[in-house]
Design a protein around this ligand. Structure first.
Ligand code: IVH
Length: 671
């Protein structure tokens, strides 16, 4: 069994190597590839009798493409061994210290970002760039000299004598990648899966003029002296020298002593991985002293003096179980993927949005297939593409349903929008979301009226419009499942208590497009009464501070819709009395900037922001020295948290949010 597994693994690793290195079109995410390679290595370690010379596990990269001339590297271009957690890293550092006769707190290493690009070796003789080559199989690479000469960040002359090879990474900055793919799209050319593939595809062009148009960057991190004087005695010195010669080097590189510092620095890099402007998939930790490196040596695959500490992968493979459609409060039908749960970037993902019909068509993902799921930083999980195995028949493609899964009414695409809508105004799903939104914390703030209860009220025929809420009587509720006399009375009282909410909350509750708590407050302080707002001209609306033309037009149109007029009349008839906007002075957070990261239980993002603004505060999107505190919810943004730590801004747990709103202070902070 394991022999068969071994053969299969060799075959798979070989196949994926080719897809990655030769075709620049990987089929599976790096993390899944790493898992296969690691299983192969472990199996070979457990069965040394099965190890064959030349096994894929002992090799690096893939053979060079004959379209580019072969270049034999003066010194092999090795890969790096990977570690995936602190324990594995500790094992590496113990081994290293043992060989060098050092205690673990004495080891001096450089910690650098592991740039997700492709390795390049540039040969200089007498200071002149004479050749540049890709890694190829580690021994022989591809001659890409003409292409590399077009890269702005590669100096054609450096102040060095002798014969040396400068090694580093060719990559595309994230922003350049976005722009490049946009251009590809406009020209009807194939889109690149990620910045690494785009960089590889751009560097390995037959025509250097094409490479010249691609915004490639190069970061140098290593030098091999073939003849001539040594360039440095340590990695720290080497990086300085490279920079002095005109190469870009990773500004985040730090030389630190001891495993504790290494861990700290690695964690810092992981927390800042989205701030670097280019993709990084780990940290590279290298013994700083170049003489010590000699003593450690290398295996056939990788140096013993360096190790790659991989970060939590952003992409994983899982099975797409089904594509379903959810109906929002405007009737918008959003397709989403139901997935076999998988851990991506540190959290479990089982649902991912597919945005709209065009996206599903563009991605051509089909239920039953394996798909690549991506989650980078704060962003919501996304399906990148299907994993298609050549020769294996694919399941049927998915088609957007023609009828609403909730009410059976027709689904339509309006005009040239990509969104599809349920156009049945009586659709219970739309009504459900409208009422839930109306009652939510940032709107009328009706305690105890969540999605389940609203569904129950609609199901019982008690609510067919938001105005019906104000007509509910205790007797109507008592018979319903889960309602006793006490809970029924509590709900009716909570609804009654919301009758006198200020105008801004009512505006939020109506769900006018583009009008969140901030715009609602601006409008409500300006107009004071709904009637004034409804009667305002477009110019008058635009004149409101904090209201731009988009919001103004949205409000102007909304208040004139017959449905709106009817709804406002119904609300008034049901006893909703909108009160004047209280002036926000003396709130617990007056003049204070509170940043919220991650989700705070019981609040939507907008709701939390609105609550801060209601208390006189502001809620900016980034942390600065002026930030009063950062509220840390579930799945917080690592960058915000570490920035706060750096600046000494207090980190307040989400459980303290209510207390913070009330008092402007907190009782505990996070370490
Ligand atoms: S040092 C002999 N430093 O990662 C030492 N490599 O997975 C060679 N990489 O082949 C590598 N950032 O292409 C080094 N700061 C860095 C790196 C780095 C990215 C790449 C490099 C290497 C691969 C191994």
């Amino acid at each position: 069994m394991s022999r068969e597994r071994l053969d299969w693994l060799r075959h798979e690793v070989e196949r994926h190597n080719r897809a990655y290195y030769v075709l620049d079109a990987p089929e599976i995410p790096d993390a899944d590839y790493d898992a296969l390679a690691r299983e192969l290595r472990d199996l070979e370690a457990a069965h040394p009798e099965w190890v064959e010379p030349g096994s894929v596990s002992a090799r690096v990269g893939a053979p060079a493409d004959p379209a580019f001339g072969p270049v034999r590297h003066a010194e092999a271009m090795l890969s790096l061994d990977n570690v995936f957690d602190d324990e594995e890293f500790d094992a590496w550092s113990e081994r290293t210290c043992r060989t060098l006769g050092l205690a673990s707190e004495e080891l001096l290493v450089s910690v650098e970002p592991k740039i997700d690009g492709l390795a390049l070796s540039i040969t200089y003789r007498g200071g002149e760039l004479v050749q540049a080559a890709t890694r190829g199989d580690g021994e022989v690479g591809e001659d890409v000299t003409a292409n590399v000469r077009t890269i702005a960040g590669v100096p054609s002359r450096i102040g060095a004598t002798g014969h040396l090879e400068i090694r580093g990474e060719v990559y595309l900055a994230r922003s350049d990648f976005g722009a490049l793919n946009e251009r590809q799209r406009q020209h009807g050319e194939r889109l690149f899966a990620n910045p690494r593939n785009a960089a590889a595809g751009s560097l390995r062009q037959k025509d250097p003029a094409v490479t010249a148009q691609r915004p490639l960057s190069f970061l140098a991190y290593h030098a091999v002296v073939i003849t001539g004087d040594p360039v440095a005695a340590s990695q720290g010195e080497l990086v300085e020298r490279l920079a002095a010669w005109g190469f870009s080097t990773a500004a985040e590189t730090r030389v630190v002593r001891g495993v504790v510092r290494v861990r700290e620095r690695t964690r810092w890099l992981e927390a800042h991985r989205y701030d670097l402007g280019y993709d990084v998939d780990g940290a590279v930790i290298k013994v700083d002293d170049l003489a010590a490196r000699e003593r450690l040596g290398s295996t056939s695959r990788a140096p013993r003096w360096a190790i790659a500490r991989k970060f939590a992968p952003e992409e994983r493979i899982t099975t797409l179980r089904a594509i379903e459609v959810s109906i929002g409060r405007t009737g918008r039908a959003t397709p989403y993927a139901v997935l076999d749960p998988v851990v991506v970037a540190g959290s479990t993902v089982s649902l991912a949005t597919l945005h709209n019909e065009d996206q599903v068509i563009a991605k051509d993902v089909r239920p039953g297939e394996r798909v690549v799921v991506r989650k980078a930083g704060d962003v919501i999980p996304e399906i990148v593409r299907s994993v298609v195995t050549p020769g294996v028949e694919r399941p049927h493609s998915w088609t957007f349903p023609r009828t609403c899964p909730e009410c059976g009414g027709p689904l339509r695409r309006l005009g040239d929008e990509s969104d599809t809508y349920c156009v049945n105004p009586a659709c219970p799903a739309q009504l459900l979301q409208q009422v839930v939104h109306f009652a939510s914390r940032s709107a009328l703030d009706i305690e105890g009226l969540g999605e389940q209860r609203v569904a129950q009220l609609i199901g019982a025929g008690l609510v067919t419009d938001v105005a019906d809420l104000f007509r509910l009587r205790v007797d109507d509720l008592v018979g319903l499942e889960g309602f006793g006399e006490v809970s029924a009375r509590a709900l009716v009282e909570a609804i009654a208590g919301s009758r006198g909410q200020p105008l801004s909350r009512v505006l939020v509750g109506l769900g006018i497009r583009h009008v969140g708590p901030v715009a609602a407050r601006a409008l409500a302080t300006w107009f004071a009464h709904y009637e004034d707002l409804a009667g305002a001209s477009l110019e008058e609306l635009e004149a409101v501070e904090g209201v731009g033309p988009v919001i103004a037009l949205s409000v102007y149109t909304y208040v004139r819709e017959p449905d709106t007029v009817a709804r406002m009349a119904a609300l008034a008839a049901a006893g909703l009395t909108v009160t004047e906007e209280p002036v926000a002075t003396g709130g617990a957070l007056t003049g204070r900037a509170v940043v919220v990261t991650g989700s705070v239980p019981g609040y939507s993002r907008e709701g939390a922001e609105g609550a801060i603004i209601d208390r006189g505060g502001t809620s900016p999107g980034s942390v600065s020295r002026k930030t009063f505190c950062v509220v840390v919810g579930d799945a917080p943004g690592a960058a915000k948290v570490s920035r706060a730590r750096e600046l000494g801004v207090p980190l307040v747990p989400a459980g303290e949010f209510a207390h913070l709103l009330e008092t402007g202070a907190w009782r505990t902070t996070l370490e």
